[in-house]
Write a new protein. Structure first.
Length: 316
C-alpha cells in the first residue's frame, strides 16, 4: 500500500464528507493505493456516524472511536499503530490542511529520501493575537531547545516513512514534538515543505491559551527526556553530589574554624553557615535518591494503554 492518511478529529462532522471526497479524488487522480484512518477522539456530535457512512461506501475508509477524549497524541498513536502504508500522511480534519499537498509530500519521502517532512504554514489565516504570535514564539523556543530547524512544529500536515511512525512513542501531548521524537529515535533526515493553509470553514478552533502553556511545559519535558530520559542519575546524581559537596564544605570549614581558630567562640549551631550546610546536604541527598529512584523506575516500568477504544471500522 502506498499511503495511509491518518486523521485525528474531535467534533468535526461538518467537514468530514468534503475532506474525505477531496482525499479520495487526489488518491485516484495519482493512482495511489491508500487507506484513510479516522480516529474519533471522543466526539459528541455526529462524527462517528459520518465515518460509518463513509466506510460503507468505501472499503479503504477505516475508523477508530475512543471511549472518551484522550487527546490528539493518543489518537495519532492509535492511527500509527494500525497504519499499513509505506508513507503515512497526517492531517487535521478541519479542512485547513490541503490534501492536494499529498503527492509532493509522498515524493519527498519516497524519492528524496526524507524520513519525515513537516508542513510549514507560512501564510496563516488564524487570529494574529491568539494563535499566530504564540505559535511563532513556541516554534522559536522549540528550535532553540531541540536543534531541529523547522518553522512550524505544530502543523498537522506531515509525511512519514513508515519506519518512523512504528518506532516513535507519541504520548501525553507530545504530538507537537514529533519531529524531535523522530530525531531522538535516530531519524534525523527531516525536511520541510511550505503548504497552503486555509481558513477554517466549519466549527470553532480547539486552540486555547491552556494549549499554549502546556506546549511550553511539554517542551521542557521533551528537552529533559532527550538529555536525561535514559539516565536520570546523570542529572539528579550530579546535582546531588554537587550540593552535598557544598554542604560538606561548609561543615568542614565550621569544624576546622571551631577546633583550631575559635574554640571559645559561638557554638556551631548558632552560626548561619551551619544551617546552610545542613540544608544543602539534605537537598543533595534527596536529589541523589531521586536519580536513583528514576533509574529503578526506568528499568521496571510497564507499558500501559493510554486510551480505550470503543468501536472500530474495517479493522480486524
Amino acid at each position: 500500500m502506498n499511503i495511509s492518511v491518518v486523521i485525528p478529529l474531535l467534533n468535526e462532522y461538518e467537514s468530514l464528507n468534503e475532506l474525505n471526497d477531496w482525499i479520495v479524488s487526489v488518491m485516484r487522480t495519482n493512482h495511489f493505493s491508500y487507506e484513510i484512518v479516522f480516529i474519533d477522539d471522543g466526539s459528541t456530535d455526529d462524527s462517528w456516524k459520518t465515518i460509518i457512512q463513509l466506510s460503507e461506501k468505501n472499503d479503504n475508509i477505516k475508523g477508530i472511536r475512543f471511549l472518551k477524549n484522550f487527546g490528539k497524541s493518543q489518537a495519532l498513536h492509535a492511527g500509527f499503530d494500525i497504519a499499513m502504508g509505506d508513507v503515512v500522511i497526517t492531517m487535521d480534519a478541519d479542512l485547513q490542511d490541503n490534501p492536494d499537498e499529498i503527492p509532493e509530500l509522498y515524493s519527498m519521502i519516497t524519492k528524496d529520501g526524507f524520513d519525515m517532512v513537516s508542513g510549514w504554514k507560512k501564510k496563516r489565516y488564524d487570529s494574529v493575537i491568539t494563535k499566530n504570535l504564540p505559535s511563532k514564539l513556541f516554534n522559536w523556543a522549540a528550535r532553540k531547545t531541540s536543534g531541529v530547524k523547522l518553522h512550524d512544529f505544530n502543523c498537522g500536515l506531515k509525511a512519514y516513512n513508515k519506519d518512523v511512525v512504528k518506532n516513535i512513542d507519541v504520548n501525553g501531548e507530545m504530538h507537537r514534538y514529533i519531529p524531535v521524537l523522530s530525531k531522538n529515535a535516530g531519524f534525523s533526515n527531516i525536511g520541510e515543505k511550505i503548504v497552503l493553509h486555509q481558513a477554517r470553514k466549519y466549527g470553532e478552533t480547539k486552540f486555547g491559551m491552556d494549549r499554549f502553556i502546556n506546549g511550553f511545559l511539554d517542551l521542557i519535558t521533551i528537552w529533559f527526556l532527550s538529555r536525561f530520559g535514559k539516565r536520570p542519575m546523570h542529572l539528579f546524581g550530579a546535582l546531588g553530589v554537587f550540593m552535598f559537596a557544598v554542604g560538606f564544605g561548609f561543615a568542614l570549614y565550621l569544624g576546622i574554624d571551631k577546633l583550631f581558630f575559635n574554640p571559645s567562640g559561638r557554638l556551631i549551631t548558632q552560626r548561619p553557615q551551619f544551617y546552610i550546610s545542613l540544608s544543602t546536604m539534605i537537598i543533595g541527598t534527596q536529589f541523589f535518591v531521586a536519580g536513583f529512584l528514576g533509574e529503578i523506575i526506568l528499568r521496571t516500568k510497564q507499558n500501559k494503554k493510554r486510551y480505550l477504544i470503543k468501536d472500530k471500522i474495517n479493522l480486524n
